[in-house]
Design a protein around this ligand. Structure first.
Ligand SMILES: Cc1cc2nc3c(=O)[nH]c(=O)nc-3n(C[C@H](O)[C@H](O)[C@H](O)COP(=O)(O)OP(=O)(O)OC[C@H]3O[C@@H](n4cnc5c(N)ncnc54)[C@H](O)[C@@H]3O)c2cc1C
Length: 387
């Protein structure tokens, strides 16, 4: 469907071979039990795909965001779900771009070889929601430590991650000139903290996502956990958010391709009124329309990735990509389910599961309304309607 570079074609083939070992039955079983896909994550880690963006000097493959996008897209196109492990790709940018040489030496080789997992990203809080700058979790410096108090919500994979990238306020809002100042990013080791200042509570959701609430109650972290400069954390997180949006867009493109292939295959084989349902234009057109929208979204996703790789600031493109790709996957999901008729609702077809999974991307990591507000302000010069 897309003309990937030769390099990406090889990556896609390698990922597809791993994914073939994890068919729909594997994901259905996990979905029913709301269990974590340990074997799948292990297979991707061992093959080196989750350390794609870690430089070769630190044991990774040193690939760029475009390659990481191709990996995640292929996982989703194959019917698997990268949500259990994609954070390792997009949180990596914060560590790579802003971490100290010592932090990189300490963590990156162990993340690359799979002995440490960096899967948790603690930004959202219950009272602040999308208004990140209103977050209330604090980290107060005391000697060689910071003491963290507050609460995060929707911190996915916290139970299955050794490390967490955490955003907290280090200077009170009243003591800084603008809301963007006074926030800091930390790379924290959760293992000694759980039960010792940190409590993790799972939240059961409509799909299998291993998401949680994380409570910080006087949690003591070494001062060396700070990434970059104190008070500059929001800027670091923003550049990471572009990477996150681009990578999740690529997953949506993969989902859209999966739904379209599945829907078209079913339309060819299902015979009603003595002929395949796929000969009816009423069945063809929703799939064809979704296909066209997927192609357009795919172009902007890889354009945003190329801009990111070129050191540009692709804020407008990354946000546009996220919205268009999430819309394309949702449209393809709807067309696929409708094509399947009643069987679309049966678990064994995997359509209803993927339908639930891809719905998330209308809301997370950023809801469509907030993308539209951002584009209205930044691309069209209209008054800011948020913040
Ligand atoms: C399964 C799941 C996993 C997640 N994983 C993580 C994670 O790992 N780490 C993390 O930090 N966060 C995570 N999130 C949080 C996610 O990023 C937020 O849910 C999302 O940003 C929306 O925030 P909110 O839920 O507080 O919605 P709210 O901010 O309360 O918004 C609710 C609705 O109001 C709309 N709205 C709000 N303000 C405006 C406005 N000014 N104009 C127009 N519309 C507006 C929004 O579009 C939205 O539809 C996850 C969420 C989910 C559901």
């Amino acid at each position: 469907m897309f003309e990937p570079s030769a390099e990406h074609a090889a990556i896609r083939d390698g990922v597809a071979q791993i994914c073939a070992r994890f068919p729909g039955a594997y994901w259905r079983d996990l979905d029913a039990r709301r269990a974590y896909p340990e074997d799948f994550v292990k297979a991707l880690t061992e093959a080196g795909y989750l350390s794609a963006m870690i430089p070769e000097d630190y044991g990774g493959s040193g690939l760029n965001l475009s390659a990481a996008a191709a990996i995640l897209e292929e996982i989703h196109r194959s019917g698997c779900n990268a949500a259990a492990c994609h954070a390792q790709m997009y949180t990596m940018g914060t560590v790579l771009r802003h971490g100290s040489p010592e932090q990189k030496r300490q963590y990156l080789p162990r993340i690359a070889d799979g002995s440490l997992r960096l899967q948790a990203f603690g930004v959202t809080e219950p009272t602040s929601g999308t208004d990140t700058l209103a977050l209330r979790t604090t980290a107060a410096r005391e000697g060689d430590e910071y003491v963290v108090n507050g609460q995060k919500i929707w911190t996915s994979r916290a139970e299955y991650s050794d490390l967490m990238v955490l955003l907290a306020r280090t200077t009170a809002r009243e003591a800084v000139k603008t809301r963007t100042e006074g926030l800091s990013v930390f790379l924290i080791d959760l293992r000694p903290l759980v039960g010792n200042g940190v409590t993790i509570k799972p939240i059961r959701t409509m799909m299998n996502h291993a998401t949680t609430e994380v409570f910080f109650d006087g949690a003591r972290i070494p001062a060396s956990s700070l990434i970059g400069e104190e008070g500059k954390g929001f800027r670091y997180i923003l550049s990471g958010m572009n990477a996150e949006r681009i990578l999740i867009s690529a997953e949506c493109i993969g989902d859209a391709k999966w739904f379209l292939a599945k829907g078209a295959a079913y339309a060819k084989e299902r015979v009603v009124f003595g002929r395949p349902i796929g000969v009816n234009q009423g069945v063809q057109f929703p799939l064809a329309r979704a296909y066209a929208h997927m192609l357009a979204a795919e172009a902007i996703v890889y354009r945003a990735a190329a801009m990111y790789d070129g050191g540009l600031d692709p804020g407008i493109e990354a946000n546009s990509a996220k919205m268009l790709a999430a819309d394309a996957s949702w449209e393809a999901a709807e067309a696929c389910l409708q094509t399947h008729g009643g069987f679309g609702f049966a678990e064994e077809y995997d359509v209803e599961r993927k339908f639930r999974e891809t719905r998330l991307y209308q809301v997370a990591p950023i809801p469509t309304n907030l993308i539209l507000s951002f584009l209205a302000e930044r691309a069209l010069g209209l008054p800011k309607s948020y913040g």
